[in-house]
Structures are given as C-alpha cells and as structure tokens.
Design a protein around this ligand. Structure first.
Ligand code: GLA
Length: 401
C-alpha cells in the first residue's frame, strides 16, 4: 500500500510539475540533420565525419550547433525494454558518439516517434516514453526530434506532452522538436510543449512544385512558404514554426538554394542543414555560412517575417529586427529574370503584430545588401536591381542616426 501511494505521488508530481525546459532555443536552433540526404543510410562514421566538418568548414563558427541523427539509428529493445542502437551501424554505442560530438564543442540530437513504430518502421516510443527519456539523458542527448507516424488514435497534444514530461523527469535539458507536420495545429498548443514544431509534410528537393509518394506528398520550398498563412503570431523566442530541414546543397540551382536559405532566415525557421557536409561545394558552404544572412534568422527579437507585397511573381517579404532595423527580401518566383525599381518613399510598412512602423518618407535608412555584404546607399533613392528566376535580393535597413 505504501509503495502504491509512493508510486501514485511520483507520477502525480512528475506530471503536475512537468514542463518543457525553458530557454533552450531563444533563437531558432541551428544544426544538421541526417534525413534529407542520407535517409536510413546512417552510421557512426558519417555522423563523426559530419561533426568534424561542421567545425573545419566554419559552420560551427557561423552558429550551427546540433548534429541530429534522424530515423534508423535504432536496434531492438533489450529484455527490460530499453532501446539500443543498431549494433552494426553504431557499434561504439550512442554514448561514445555523443561524447565525440561534445568534444568538438557541438551538441547531439536524436530521433524517435510518438507511435509504436517510427516512420521507417523502427521501434517508436509509445509506452516507453519514460524509459527512452532516461536513456537519452544517460547518453547525453541535447535535442530530440519526435515524429508522428503510426500513432493511430493518439491525441497529439497529449502524446507530445507525455514525452515532454518524460524528458523533464529525466532531468537533462533537451530541446524538444515536435514533428506532426501541422496536422493538429501545433502552433496553437506547442509553446508549452516544445521548442519548435513542423508546420508541413516533408520538404523535397524542389523549389516550386510537389512530389507524390502514393499516400503522402512532399513539398517544394515555395509550397511550404505559402502553406500556413497567419501562423507567424505563434512563433517567438523558445517556440518556433519549423519549415523543415533544409535542402541547400542537395540539387537545386544556386539561385534556388540562396532563395531557400534566405526565406528560412526571413521566417525565423530553425536552420538545420540537410546536405552531405563531407562533399559540399564552396558555393553551398558560402550560402550556409553567410553570417549577415544568418543574423537575420538569429535576431534576438525572434519575429517571423511576413509578405508585405505581391505583384505578379515578385514578392516582398519583411522581418522586423532589433534596433528598429528591417530585413527586406525581394523574391522572384517566376521563370524569367525581373528588373525592379522600388521607391522606398512611396511605401509605409506596418507590422500590427509587433506594433512597428517603417515610414520611409519620414525616416532615412541605410541600405545594405546582405549577399554581397555591401552598403548600397539609403532609402532616399530607389532600389534598382535585377533578380534572376527563383532568386532573391536580401537587404537590411538601418535607421540613419
Ligand atoms: C517523417 C519526418 C521526416 C523524417 C522521416 C523519417 O517523414 O517528417 O522529417 O524524420 O519521417 O522516417
């Protein structure tokens, strides 16, 4: 009887006082995830080499922190129910891998699923949440991506809260990344549950289009950009809309990669590289490590950008930044090169959500092109430029004092 009372009290206390670990993602998390390039073909050598290159390529210095192994690291559960890694792919064990990643000054992430199997059919966490969380803490995991396959009749908020509570009870601060593709409006309840939530099904290596896979569809960059209007009000420091891991370096054109990266920065999306870092081109590296563009993503105010204007296939997206600065992105969605002439003084940009106003006829701003890293004048003169198909220009405006 005493034992039973103790057990009930323990469960009550872990769920009543459980919460997410606060303050782990005050700016959008940055890192690398194995899925987009390697799929199920992951092993410890790839992960170690990726950690090495994260440091030597300058990505770590640019702010990338997390090395996340996605699906397929799992082996079987042992006879007590504890999860073990695939012994062939991860013969040294997960703890040794986490130690290696930590020794490089990086952080380590892993993947599981709220259902009884992961999307690729490996053991899921359903019914094992507390045991899995204990293992992750023991291994030194810093980030958990938690997927939504094979969940049948589970309630999404409840299932993600169970894992949140389990992580909290295990005691190691772990960033909690919810991946239920936006099916259950996670932006409405995700803030208290995790640090980021996917807003779409999987991304494809397509700039504008989609790819059918029978029962599901993967989406192009523009399709994900357009998918959820109005959810920017749910994002902010420690709780982000996740536009999915990036496809930069995986086969789109240079313009498309640049536009994709810029848009993810404008949307304050987590920046998880999804390419093979070991074989990345100089161009890909330059996109992923442009510190001025990354600063737009990592701005401490954490405001997700919005579409200010659309004219045919040209769109202008804006993102308020600290110190009354503003990022302005001109996006050419069309197939033809576009010439633009934008007279700032004809415009008045207003963001009702964060109560900010940019009146160009009253305040003069210095204009900096963040891809070429040059100041190009002020808002007193029109911005004249040519934008290639599926490309962007990204400007930062700073008030002239
Ligand atoms: C789902 C997720 C992907 C990836 C795969 C792994 O499709 O949305 O990001 O994690 O599962 O199987």
């Amino acid at each position: 009887m005493k034992k039973l009372t103790f057990f009930i009290l323990l469960i009550l206390s872990t769920s009543l006082y459980a919460q997410k670990f606060e303050g782990l993602a005050l700016t959008p998390p940055m890192g690398w995830n194995s899925w987009n390039y390697f799929g199920c073909d992951v092993d410890e050598a790839i992960i170690r080499q990726t950690a090495d290159i994260m440091v030597t390529s300058g990505m770590k210095d640019a702010g990338y922190q997390y090395i996340v192994i996605d699906d397929c690291w799992h082996g079987e559960r042992d006879n007590l129910g504890f999860i073990q890694p695939d012994p062939e792919r991860f013969p040294s064990g997960i703890k040794a891998l986490a130690d290696y990643i930590h020794s490089k000054g990086l952080k380590f992430g892993i993947y599981s699923d709220a259902g009884w199997k992961t999307c690729a059919g490996r053991p899921g966490s359903r019914g094992y949440e507390y045991q899995d969380a204990m293992k992750y803490a023991e291994w030194g995991v810093d980030y958990l991506k938690y997927d939504w396959c094979n969940t049948e009749d589970l309630n999404a908020k409840g299932a993600f809260m169970t894992m949140r509570n389990a992580l909290y009870a295990a005691g190691r601060p772990i960033v909690f990344s919810l991946c239920e593709w936006g099916n259950n409006n996670p932006w409405e309840w995700g803030k208290d549950v995790g640090h980021l939530w996917r807003i779409s099904g999987d991304i494809a290596v397509i700039f504008d289009g989609e790819e059918g896979h029978g029962t599901w569809t993967s989406w192009g960059v523009l399709q994900i950009l357009d998918m959820r209007e109005g959810i920017r009000i749910y994002a902010g420091p420690d709780h982000w809309n996740d536009f999915d891991m990036m496809e930069v370096g995986n086969g789109m054109t240079l313009s498309e990669d640049r536009a994709h990266f810029t848009l993810w920065c404008m949307m304050a999306s987590p920046l998880m590289a999804g390419n093979d870092l070991r074989n990345m081109s100089q161009e890909t590296r330059e996109i992923l490590t442009n510190n001025e563009v990354i600063a737009v993503n990592q701005d401490p105010l954490g405001i997700q950008g919005f579409k200010y204007l659309k004219k045919d296939e040209l769109e202008i997206w804006v993102k308020p930044l600290k110190e009354d600065e503003l990022a302005v992105c001109f996006l050419n969605r069309g197939m033809a090169t576009k010439k633009i002439e934008f007279n700032w003084e004809d415009h008045f940009i207003k963001d009702d959500f964060v109560h900010k106003e940019y009146k160009f006829d009253q305040t003069e701003y210095q204009v900096r092109d963040l891809w070429i890293k040059k100041n190009i004048g002020t808002t007193k003169k029109s911005y004249v430029s040519t934008i290639a198909s599926h490309d962007v220009k990204l400007l930062k405006l700073s008030p002239v004092k």
